[in-house]
Design a protein. Structure first.
Length: 251
């Protein structure tokens, strides 16, 4: 018999379903392409002269979860005065670096267009990728807000978070593929630098049932733990916790 979701898991499932419904129902932003891959597109919201936030969606690196559920957050940020870039990127099991290749290409595309990107905001697995953007060391500095990020890949693999999501994405465990983990794991990347950490702020709900709050508690950067917030409260404009998140994004 399959395990029944906990009360918090059920609340998170309901919140995600509502965000997906809202994202599918309402108008999307203008869709643009940033490289030749069919998956490498982004939606642009808001006035082009406004400062820009790049939103990187999560979904535990699974191919079936796309950017739709972050559209309500994108529209809320536009209402707060931002231009928003909401990208799609490849999530290929066993070829994890295709995601970072796409996001590096997006970064180069936005710089070539002279988009005034002030912050990268990533949620869940997207939080891990936003942390990679800040810590990889071969891209220009940028401020990053990581919302409920998968920040410690060793712990994620050991706890089999997301049904072995990190192992499935990378295609191996840390012992079998140490170089890939060294390139992608935020905790390993953070151990190599101190300067970039000053531009990072982690935000995590204490009731998160999808990505445990411990993923953020030991990360060596600024953090805000949001009492009584679950995983999707941090990207839901209807949540009572959204003003806290918005204030941190504003910086």
């Amino acid at each position: 018999m399959p395990l029944q979701p906990t009360p918090i898991e059920a609340v998170e499932d309901e919140a995600l379903a509502r965000l997906l419904e809202e994202g599918q129902r309402d108008d999307a932003g203008t869709v643009e392409r940033y490289r030749t891959s069919k998956d490498a597109v982004f939606e642009r919201y808001g006035p082009v002269e406004a400062p820009a936030a790049v939103l990187v969606h999560g979904g535990y690196f699974r191919p079936g979860v796309d950017r739709t559920h972050l559209r309500p957050q994108a529209r809320a940020l536009v209402a707060a005065g931002w231009q928003v870039v909401l990208p799609e990127y490849r999530r290929v099991p066993g070829a994890a670096c295709t995601a970072t290749e796409d996001l590096a290409a997006l970064d180069a595309h936005l710089r070539a267009e002279h988009v005034d990107v002030r912050v990268w905001v990533g949620h869940s697995a997207g939080g891990a990728l936003a942390l990679w953007r800040a810590l990889a060391g071969d891209l220009p500095p940028v401020r990053v807000v990581a919302l409920a990020p998968v920040a410690d890949f060793d712990a994620a693999v050991a706890q089999r978070l997301g049904g072995d999501a990190v192992r499935d994405w990378i295609g191996a465990g840390p012992q079998e593929s140490p170089m890939t983990y060294a390139r992608l794991d935020p905790t390993r990347l953070a151990a190599r630098t101190t300067e970039a950490l000053a531009d990072i702020h982690l935000v995590h709900g204490t009731l998160d049932a999808s990505v445990p709050v411990a993923q953020s508690e030991d990360f060596p950067a600024a953090r805000t733990l949001v009492p009584d917030a679950h995983h999707f409260d941090l990207v839901d404009p209807a949540s009572p916790h959204w003003p806290t998140v918005l204030g941190i994004i504003r910086g």
